[in-house]
Write a protein that binds this ligand. Sequence first.
Ligand code: GLN
Length: 486
Amino acid sequence: MGKIAQLHRLLETKKISCKELTEAYLRAIEADNKALNAYVRITPDTALQAACAVDKKIAAGEAICLLEGIPMTLKDNISTRGMETACCSRILQGYVPIYDAFVWQELKARNAVLLGKANMDEFAMGSTCENSCYGGAKNPRNLTHVSGGSSGGAASAVGGNLAVYGLGSDTGGSIRQPASFCGLVGLKPTYGAVSRFGLVAFASSLDQIGPITQDAEDAAIVFDAISGKDPQDSTSCGSEEPAVPGLSKSLSGLRVGIAEEYFEGIRGDVKASLEQAISVFREMGAELVPVGLPSIRYALPVYYILACAEASSNLGRYDGIRYGYQAAGYSSIHDMICRTRSEGFGAEVKRRILLGTYVLSSGYYDAYYKKAQKLRGAVIQDFTEAFSRCDMILAPTVPMTAFESGSAGQRDAVETYLTDICTVPVNIAGIPAVSVPCGLDGEGLPIGMQLIGNHFRERTILNAARQYEEATGRVWIRSAEMGVKL
Ligand code: GLN
């Protein structure tokens, strides 16, 4: 049984009240958040209010659903009405949304206990969480290492037992990569399965919200709750089938695609773990099928051109007038906007706005943006062809394990971008993928594998993840020595 179901049972049978459960998490946050820096804003009032409502329902003998009363966190780019949502950026300090994101509306309706907003790279741009204006979150498996990014705070909170689950966003790997670095499960749903309404936009054609959890069952439970068609997001269409009812299907005869392109440049120990995982799938009766994905070799530059182009447009709205921060002294409106943006955005966000503006400028548009769009078509084509021959593709999530904190100065930007090489193809194609822990490196840092599905096949990949966890006895899912353990 997953952690959500276990806690649900404790609540339902009155072994623990929701208030007690919530207070235990708040105490743990008080004790351990200084070390982890997972939360950037803690919301005890909201949490206890929801807990109270759940306790009243239980006392009245009313049924509660699985997510009711379960303590959780939201990445700081998911809008919460009446509660600051700053994307961990100086430019959004003090911005309080007047509406809730669709995903939060859905969870609030289920009396989810929101403990606070989770740390992230500024505007979700980064792979270490260190681009946050609050400083980076730490890896609960090893506090001297980063938790990954950009949803690093949510992964740090869930891995450190300071939340049962978290919602992150994934534009190029920001759910799967921190999940992999922290030994957790992270699901990037199909583009359109989950509404983006109320998610602060980074790159609108790639962004998708999804869960970070301790196991596949929990990921399926949260996915089923937050997916759905929403008229407020014209690209949303919901999911085809709920994932939870499909979690006990045998993998016998499942065709698992292996693409050699995904294994190029992968660190030796990561590759060895993946090979072991592949043999577990073979033992479970899966049929291994070689597939070719030649165009994913171009996925990284395609991603960085398209994501920066879209970001340069999306971030145009932060002008010092409509949202948050405004420079203190200025001589004209132009000067005010210039100063606000220079002071409000961090270095990585500025770099991306500049790159994005460049690739969209006349004279360079054809050479960069248009070419990247064409290659996006080729990546989609490759996946379509691969999925005509297999049901799921198995690949590494990240070519390496978590970096040491503060080592950013020793890497150039490109080296950091290289961590995204295995995660971005899925966003380019709009298909779903889940990262599942599959090993540890010599230092005990987690290694993750990606199970990639065709459009709307969350059920297939989550079931495969679940079967893998069962077959390996969940040995790779380890709990950190901190936070609430129940
Ligand atoms: N690490 C990638 C980037 O920096 C992905 C970010 C994301 O998925 N939000 O763009």
